[in-house]
Ligand binder design. Structure first.
Ligand code: MN
Length: 506
């Protein structure tokens, strides 16, 4: 559990996130203009009359965008509203030509409500994070202040592209159920899960560096054990896991200090400073009232039928939570391993490819991936598209690892030899593990006659230790096993060695 130790005791941090993901679609939410706004596209070439709010232009809802919202809603175990409305959120800024953003009012149900996702909590256990809603809205254009010393420009390509805003919930009536984010690390894991779900569904690239995912971060603190939530501050548009984590921790400490010095935290909107991790007040106390939400008279209520929802449900791929459950139930993996292997869809896909149709491989593959492969990211292609030797680097493929695991399981090689083969692959040795084993004569000795011969030699050479073992110092077993393994050049099967030594020294 993440807490902050203050002068008066321990404090808990409560984090709320409003995550915006840019939704993938060919055209914009309310116009037919291309939704491709990436920086290589010439500014202001993907703009319709609707996107720049020419008088008399009417928005037309893009059905594909609605389907993306439903898909994501199902992906976060949420209820899809059969009826919801679009509203105008008024504010003035050059990147918002309408003078309002078309969104779904926070005071009414959104298209997606009451969902949850599962993350790994700080104590290593699965934890459900409640999601209050996910609503559809338009993105703004992009202001450009760095093109001319005295002028600012606006690129409207992004204006009107669909965003899905995903808002976490605080269960105010049940503040002890701990279904919200309570640490910087949990915030990161939550955002990574949102990203993985969005990617698995093809709803968004959800890439913070590219700006297709950004989060408004709400932070409050309370003494451990307190039952109500205290005042929060909000920092908008954060686009890096590192900064978000840093900000949550710093802001929590700042608030603890205020309370411990007898002050009160005011509900401010903050600006985070990347250079030193501090923040300053941008504006204070902002309420929904300030935006004067009202239903957009240009748009009909959004009606979604059960048939529509069921049709989309049938196309849903397996999502990270279900994948994790499958790894635990079907393969018997520990929760930690299952969590590591489902951190991204690419990782779980790599793992599933290696396991193939042999569930017995799963534990071995999981161990190799987590304890060895993850430490050498340059030696495998996580998208599983490349193989062979690239730029002198041996790319280890799922079938390489599967073969290595199978060879150990069938006693062709022992664990030590497997490790040697793995190291040779890291060092750029080409060929499959079996070919490498052949080339270097790495074959496990399982012939009991041959092993017995070595054991007899070791016993003959160490009469003192034999004496001690027989008088009860059974810890010496490892000494004999080690010597026999060494004498066999590391090739003997350790299980057989163990068994035979025990028998002989009986
Ligand atoms: Mn928003």
């Amino acid at each position: 559990m993440f807490t902050i130790k203050g002068k008066t005791g321990e404090w808990e941090v409560v984090v709320g996130l409003e995550t915006h993901i840019e939704v993938l679609s060919k055209s914009k939410l309310f116009s037919g203009a291309s939704a491709d706004y990436n920086p290589t596209v010439t500014p202001n070439t993907q703009v319709s009359m609707v996107d720049v709010a020419m008088p008399g232009m009417l928005p037309v809802l893009n059905e594909y965008c609605v389907e993306q919202a439903i898909k994501f809603g199902l992906g976060i175990n949420a209820e899809i509203a059969h009826s919801s409305r679009f509203a105008r959120k008024q504010y003035f800024y050059p990147d918002l030509p309408q003078g309002y953003q078309i969104t779904q009012a926070t005071t009414e149900p959104a298209v997606v409500n009451h969902g949850w996702i599962e993350i790994m909590s700080d104590d290593g256990k699965p934890k459900k994070i409640l999601i209050e809603r996910a609503h559809m809205e338009q993105d703004a254009a992009k202001n450009k202040h760095d093109m001319h010393p005295a002028k600012s420009f606006v690129d409207y390509n992004r204006s009107g592209v669909m965003l899905l805003e995903i808002v976490t919930a605080l269960d105010v009536k049940n503040p002890e159920n701990n279904s919200y984010i309570t640490s910087p690390d949990e915030a990161e894991r939550y955002l990574r899960q949102i990203r993985e779900i969005a990617r698995a569904l093809g709803v968004s690239k959800a890439n913070m560096e590219e700006g297709s995912m950004r989060a408004d971060v709400n932070v409050s603190v309370r003494p451990v054990g307190e039952k109500t939530f205290r005042t929060r501050t909000e920092t908008k548009n954060m686009v890096s896991f590192k900064f978000i984590k840093n900000h949550i921790e710093n802001e929590a400490r700042r608030q603890v200090e205020i309370y411990e010095n007898g002050g009160t935290v005011s509900q401010d909107t903050l600006r985070y400073h990347q250079d030193d991790g501090s923040s300053s007040v941008m504006r204070s106390k902002e309420d929904a009232l300030d935006y004067r939400y009202f239903p957009d008279p240009d748009l009909l209520p959004l009606i979604i039928t059960d048939e529509q929802i069921e049709r989309i449900r049938k196309t849903m791929p397996e999502l990270p939570t279900a994948t994790r459950a499958r790894y635990i139930e079907k393969f018997g993996l520990p929760e930690y391993d299952a969590a590591r292997l489902t951190e991204t869809v690419d990782i779980s896909h790599w793992f599933d490819t290696a396991v193939g149709d042999k569930p017995a491989r799963a534990k071995g593959v999981a161990n190799w991936m987590i304890s060895e492969l993850f430490a050498h990211p340059e030696n495998y292609d996580i998208t599983n598209e490349k193989s062979g030797i690239i730029d002198g680097m041996r790319i280890i493929t799922p079938s390489d690892l599967a073969e290595l695991v199978d060879m150990v399981a069938s006693n062709e090689i022992n664990g030590k030899q497997a490790k040697e083969i793995f190291i040779k692959m890291l060092d750029g040795e080409d060929g499959t593990p079996r070919a490498i084993a052949d080339k270097f004569g790495m074959k496990q000795i399982t012939d009991t006659g041959a092993i017995e011969k070595i054991i007899d030699e070791v016993i003959a050479n160490n009469p003192g230790q034999v004496e001690q073992y027989k008088s009860g110092k059974v810890g010496l077993l490892g000494f004999f096993v080690g010597n026999v393994m060494k004498a066999s050049g590391g090739k003997a099967n350790p299980a057989i060695v163990n068994e035979l030594i025990k028998k002989k020294l009986g």
